[in-house]
Design a protein around this ligand. Structure first.
Ligand code: F6R
Length: 367
């Protein structure tokens, strides 16, 4: 049932070209340049008139939500807030019938997310569920929604469900942006084209980087702490990379916006500390390059996820993981793949049960 892989986690990482494809299939038509999502159509007027979109989720799904905030605000010019479900449900939030809530959940059973949307629904908000498990509680409670179609995720640490969430969130943002005319057709076509190629790009990353990442993991498996840094669209990926490492290897890891480093975490940097930079090309790439230089100047060990052909960032780093270069908005769905593999191999090197990390459950149905 593990399809020849040693663990479900590795199988699920390698399934991603297919699962992302499945999540786009029948929805994205790159040739016709259209996006079909009946769930979005169902609440289209609400979405277009929305005061704001509130994204509610936990854990890895919350990281998908954080990226969606950046993307939806850019492409749709709608105010977006991202909330931890556990905080949102207890703090008497201000909700009106002009708010659209997007609940993101792999399992569709996370208690905090479920209760948060139940409360919001009572206050008149429209609920859109972005869920992997068909027929789950969150799917049933939602007014509209879309399934991620990643297939059953057995590994406790979420991998393929996360990238399916991102694929779907991109589609939603593109579709709403097109309806609202807040995105011009050149950018729309570029993003749609890049998104359609993501399954192939993920395949290439897995083919070309797997053995490279395994070797990198061997060098860093004894580290006591890790810092993960990213800016802009890659900041949520820094958080996700750190979470994945914590879960799978039990190594303490923190994710931070790269520029926040100098407001505190830089005090941690010495020759022992590996710092993972999510440093793919974007509109202000030179900023993260100078953040890498700041770490190197303090003798930190730098591992960087870089875009193909970016010799500047690559030459500064001690170790590099390379991903194809795509538009900066789409880049995060590629940048996360090497980080999943890095966590997997470090966990394996430390002799841990990567499919069932201690103290964790696949779906958290208690608050
Ligand atoms: C991390 C992980 C958890 C879940 C979180 C939310 O690898 O799996 O952080 O993402 O418990 O779960 P769902 O998405 O099922 O609501």
């Amino acid at each position: 049932e593990k399809g020849g892989y040693d663990h479900f986690m590795l199988k699920e990482i390698f399934e991603q070209p297919q699962t992302i494809f499945d999540s786009l299939r029948g929805r994205l038509d790159a040739e016709q340049q259209t996006i079909t999502l009946s769930g979005v159509d169902k609440i289209k007027d609400k979405l277009i008139a929305a005061n704001r979109i509130i994204i509610v989720a936990c854990g890895t799904s919350w990281h998908a939500g954080l990226l969606a905030e950046y993307v939806i605000e850019e492409l749709c010019r709608i105010n977006v807030e991202v909330e931890y479900a556990s905080e949102f449900r207890y703090r008497n939030p201000i909700i009106t019938d002009k708010d659209v809530i997007i609940a993101i959940s792999q399992s569709g059973e996370t208690a905090d997310t479920l209760v948060a949307i139940e409360n919001a629904k009572k206050q008149g908000a429209t609920i859109f569920g972005l869920v992997n498990v068909v027929g789950s509680s969150i799917a049933r409670l939602s007014d509209a929604g879309a399934y991620t179609h990643a297939g059953p995720e057995i590994g406790v640490a979420s991998t393929k469900a996360f990238t399916a969430q991102l694929a779907l969130l991109y589609l939603i943002a593109l579709k709403v942006g097109l309806e609202k005319q807040t995105i011009d057709s050149t950018l729309f076509n570029k993003l749609l084209g890049d998104l359609a190629k993501v399954p192939q790009y993920v395949h290439e990353i897995l083919e070309e980087q797997d053995s490279v990442i395994k070797e990198i993991a061997d060098k860093y498996s004894d580290a006591r702490d890790f810092l993960y840094l990213g800016r802009g669209y890659n900041f949520p990926i820094a958080l996700e990379g750190a979470l994945k490492l914590k879960e799978i290897s039990y190594i303490h890891a923190e994710g931070y916006p790269a520029a926040e480093m100098k407001h505190g975490p830089i005090a941690l940097v010495d020759e022992q500390l590996p710092v993972v930079f999510v440093a793919t090309k974007d509109n202000y790439h030179e900023k993260i390059v100078s953040n890498i230089q700041e770490i190197k100047a303090r003798k930190g060990r730098v591992i960087a996820v870089v875009s193909q052909g970016d010799n500047v960032a690559a030459s500064l780093a001690d170790d590099v993981m390379v991903v194809p270069q795509v538009h900066e908005i789409i880049a995060p769905i590629l940048s996360v793949i090497p980080l999943q593999l890095l966590s997997y191999y470090i966990g394996i090197n430390r002799g841990l049960d990567v499919d069932k990390p201690r103290n964790l459950a696949k779906s958290v149905t208690v608050e």
